[in-house]
Design a protein around this ligand. Structure first.
Ligand SMILES: [Zn+2]
Ligand SMILES: [Zn+2]
Length: 133
């Protein structure tokens, strides 16, 4: 029996291009940025196709959505991490913190939930560039 191809091998050309664009940056861009980027290799692609590709990639667990101040940003980094958001320039930085097992345990105890599968913790402040300006 043939080895099952990884999820990414079965992606359409459009979805592969969207995924590649997101993986080329760690700036957490929005759909409009992805559209501009992907158009360089696929000039015929529409914004609608970019939106549908992003939604499909989220469904497949290959990227994650970050709702942020009324916009949706996208992140190709799907390993567990938090974000630091600059309140001046709105840039979003990846932040890897020590394991927060105790936070999970407390959240489970206080909520009475059977299990806690994920959490979201964002930090807001001034980035180095804005603080220096
Ligand atoms: Zn800033
Ligand atoms: Zn991130």
């Amino acid at each position: 029996m043939a080895e099952k191809a990884p999820k990414e091998m079965r992606l359409t050309k459009q979805r592969q291009a969207v995924l590649a664009a997101l993986r080329s940056t760690d700036t957490h861009p929005d759909a409009a940025w992805v559209y501009q980027e992907v158009r360089q290799s696929l000039p015929g692609i529409s914004l609608g196709t970019v939106y549908r590709s992003l939604a499909a990639l989220v469904d497949q667990g290959l990227i994650q959505e970050l709702p942020q101040e009324g916009k949706v940003l996208y992140d190709a980094n799907i390993t567990p991490h938090q974000h630091a958001v600059c309140t001046s320039c709105s840039r979003v930085f990846d932040l890897v913190l020590p394991p927060l097992d105790q936070l999970y345990r407390e959240a489970r105890r206080r909520s009475g939930f059977h299990s806690i599968s994920a959490y979201r913790l964002d930090f807001y402040g001034l980035c180095q560039r804005c603080a220096a300006a």
